[in-house]
Design a protein around this ligand. Structure first.
Ligand code: ISE
Length: 334
């Protein structure tokens, strides 16, 4: 039987999830597209052939003709809507972050544990990107020797809003690196320091972070949300016996005007198209079997990245290194 999916939020990511469900997820039906803005919900629903559209997220979650939910509404709605999915007994793929407040992540974890099963897969899609998978394999196979450092660059063309701040770079963009690096290294962070260079204009400057892990590795992350030239993510993992670096993903090369060049995407949807596809297919398997995906990101992972982001914001604001103090990982998430 086809799994009937509701997509909540019909903005940039919601529309992309609706497209993935409609075109790239065998065994599913795009049942409802829901957005507070009814016209937007209708447009996306019509574009991807959804059975229905709606404006009430809680009402959508509890519908009898909805089996599973994808949440892609604004960040502050992620935790409450995830709770509603747990209460309705429906599995949910929730876009990152689970919440920007670690307390709220804890409340979601508690609700999930009380329900006695995992319901939430978080949309940290980079775990499904081939380069990060190769890095993880390079560690587990022993090919690199002991991992020492991981360098990360994450550049967006421009901030989504003119009032975007350095703190928002840490709470909105950096969680991708916080999550995928601890996933690749298989460790947690103990501290974070954060700095910003000065720009010549009033646009938000890059944020540069250095994190230490429990295993004594160093991780540096540059988040540049006003890079202007393109969407560009780079990473290199350095081990005691070698390194593994992410290649620039470009399918074509242009040769013209005495120049050889490749193009950048304008945002993450193209760069991570395959990762989203793999992630969403894993979510469908999760809904079908109840078995949490082996490399999927859970509510616990959402809590971890929220804790690091909170410490990162304190580090940026105080100009001093901050410790990351997380609760013991509950057995439930082992
Ligand atoms: C955005 O919210 C995302 O999730 C993108 O994947 C990321 O690259 C971007 O920096 C974020 O702002």
């Amino acid at each position: 039987m086809s799994i009937r999916i509701a997509v909540i939020g019909a903005g940039l990511m919601g529309a992309d999830h609706a497209r993935i469900v409609a075109q790239e997820l065998p065994g599913t039906t795009l049942q409802v597209v829901c957005d507070m803005d009814g016209a937007r919900a209708k447009t996306v629903a019509e574009e991807y052939g959804a059975v229905d559209f709606a404006t009430d997220p809680e009402g959508t979650i509890s519908r009898d003709d909805v089996d599973a939910v994808i949440i892609a509404s604004p960040d502050f709605t992620h935790a409450p809507l995830s709770m509603a999915c747990i209460a309705a007994g429906k599995r949910v793929l929730c876009e990152k972050p689970l919440s920007q407040q670690s307390d709220e992540c804890l409340a979601v974890m508690q609700a999930e544990q009380a329900a006695g099963a995992k319901f939430i897969q978080l949309g940290f899609m980079r775990r499904y990107d081939q380069s990060y998978m190769d890095m993880r394999d390079a560690i587990t196979s022993g090919r690199l020797g002991r991992p020492l450092m991981m360098h990360n660059f994450h550049r967006n063309v421009a901030t989504p809003a003119s009032d975007f701040t350095g703190a928002m770079a840490i709470t909105n963009s950096a969680p991708h690196e916080f999550d995928v690096v601890r996933h690749v290294l298989g460790t947690e962070y103990v501290s974070i320091a954060a700095y910003q260079p000065r720009r010549s204009d009033d646009l938000v400057a890059p944020v540069v972070m250095v994190l230490e892990t429990t295993d004594g590795q160093l991780v540096n992350i540059e988040i540049n949300n006003n890079a202007s030239y393109g969407y560009d993510v780079r990473a290199e993992l350095v081990g005691e016996e070698g390194t593994i670096a992410m290649n620039n993903v470009a399918y074509s090369r242009f040769d013209s005007n005495l120049t050889n060049s490749t193009a950048y995407d304008a945002d993450w949807r193209g760069r991570y198209a395959e990762a989203y596809r793999r992630q969403n297919r894993d979510f469908v398997r999760f809904v079908q079997t109840g078995e949490f995906p082996a490399i999927g990101s859970s509510a616990w992972d959402g809590y971890c990245s929220a804790m690091v982001a909170e410490a990162g914001v304190r580090a940026l604001q105080s100009g001093t290194k901050q410790s990351v103090e997380m609760i013991q990982k509950p057995e439930f998430y082992a």
